[in-house]
Design a protein around this ligand. Structure first.
Ligand code: HEM
Length: 407
């Protein structure tokens, strides 16, 4: 089973969990040759690596310029100056003092209190989209509904005018399509163009904010630039990261969360009967189908992981999606249980790079599923097996056709 581990296959996309279980059953981490990466699948190993300060997202600071360029060429990540400047480098791809400085500036703005204040705006936008779909009995939950949400909400928080928010979603998808399975030079060209267009758009918006400050995250980040706490490139890369980190992941978990409720109608009924369960139900959606199931780390020192010794420079894959089904932590891990408590999942990572958007992601889900249950008495899946995206780094349905009836 493990010898045939093929995360790009259709069968893995359909159901990666038997493959994850086979990886967890191995005595040591598994070497995945195509990525020259050791995969960690047990929750104890994944969590330990995320918390380990010697495990870094990048070793760039240890490389000279030539070695760094050679690595970029190997991955075909060169010859795209805007993408290199604002996407391939950002807070998530930095470490040490630079990471900590940027993270503390953004955390200052991205507080749980600020996120709580977004509830009304999220509710209003969700109602508006649902109003526009009410006369249809069948929709694609992904394209017709979920895809509109995160660009609008994150755009609103950043300070992007409502009418420009749909464009944010397009840029966000184009910028990251260069990381998708089977991407080619055309994807590379599109990713570079989208980064460039997004950059010039942000420059214009920043100029407007310079002349007329608002109560939004862009204005706050601009103030950090003006006080010298952040460079302009850092400001742009951070704004792009906030959008990219939250766009696809939110769409994917909305889709898989909806699919879970449809696949396990007893759990959906439980939630309908007791809407107070929503926070636990959302936690379980993140655990059961973690939308960002894989992130890498490099060992910056010789180390021991999962009972095996490794040299400095080794690349590891932290399989958050596999860790979240580990029976060592979760009783009956393959059961979707909207009452699961405790639910210490690692869908938002851990340690230095722990997700800054986790409060927002949870709030989006809470508002959306509560509203759907209030407004629709009956929701059914049209496809028994909706297609899921291929690859190790993403988890979510490509499409999810549903029938629904207003309550
Ligand atoms: C919707 C589901 C989401 C999931 C499952 C998720 C998951 C994650 C994970 C696992 C990491 C850590 C990466 C690592 O270990 O290397 C991360 C980092 C991050 N996330 Fe999220 N995220 C989500 C939504 C969001 C949203 C909505 C935002 C912002 C609006 C956001 C902003 C960030 C940022 C800025 C980082 C980098 C933090 C750092 O490097 O210090 N995420 N996310």
């Amino acid at each position: 089973m493990v010898e045939q581990f093929d995360p790009l296959s259709e069968s893995f996309a359909e159901n990666p969990y038997p493959a994850y279980a086979a990886l967890r059953a191995l005595p040591e981490p598994f070497y995945y040759a195509p990525e020259d990466t050791w995969l960690l699948s047990k929750v104890a190993d994944v969590e330990a690596a995320a918390l380990d300060k010697t495990m870094l997202r990048t070793l760039d600071e240890m490389l000279d310029e030539d070695a760094r360029k050679a690595q970029q060429r190997k991955m075909n990540w060169h010859d795209m100056p805007y993408h290199e400047r604002f996407v391939q480098w950002n807070m998530l791809e930095s470490e040490g003092d630079v990471h900590d400085r940027l993270r503390s500036l953004v955390s200052r703005e991205f507080t749980p209190g600020m996120i709580r204040k977004q509830r009304e705006a999220i509710q209003a936008f969700v109602d508006q989209i649902l109003d526009s779909l009410m006369d249809r009995s069948e929709i694609d939950f992904i394209q017709d509904f979920a895809a509109h949400i995160p660009g609008h909400i994150i755009g609103h928080i950043l300070g992007v005018p409502d009418e420009d928010c749909p464009q944010l979603g397009v840029w966000s998808e184009d910028v990251v399509r260069f990381f998708n399975v089977g991407c080619d030079d055309n994807d590379k060209r599109i990713a570079e163009q989208a980064t460039k267009d997004f950059y010039f758009y942000l420059l214009e918006l920043l100029e407007l904010r310079e002349n007329a400050p608002q109560d939004d995250v862009l204005t706050k980040l601009l103030q950090c630039k003006n006080t010298g706490e952040m460079t302009e490139d850092e400001l742009i890369a951070t704004s792009m990261l906030i959008l990219m980190a939250g766009h696809g992941s939110t769409i994917d978990v909305l889709g898989s969360g909806m699919h879970c409720l449809l696949k396990y109608p007893d759990q959906h009924q439980k939630l309908r009967h007791d809407p107070e369960l929503i926070k636990l139900a959302v936690q379980e959606m993140f655990r059961f189908e973690s939308p960002l199931p894989y992130f890498h780390r490099f060992a910056s020192e010789d180390t021991e992981v999962g009972g095996k010794k490794f040299q400095a420079g080794t690349r590891f894959g932290l399989l958050y999606g596999a860790a979240n089904r580990d029976p060592a932590r979760f009783a009956q891990p393959d059961t979707f249980d909207v009452t699961r408590k405790p639910n210490r999942h690692v869908a938002f990572g851990g340690g230095t790079h722990f997700c800054l958007g986790n409060h927002l992601a949870r709030l989006d889900m809470e508002v959306i599923f509560t509203t759907l249950n209030q407004r629709f008495g009956d929701i059914q899946s049209v496809d028994e097996h909706p297609p899921y995206k291929r690859g190790l780094s993403v988890r979510g349905p490509e499409s999810l056709r549903i029938h629904w009836k207003a309550a």
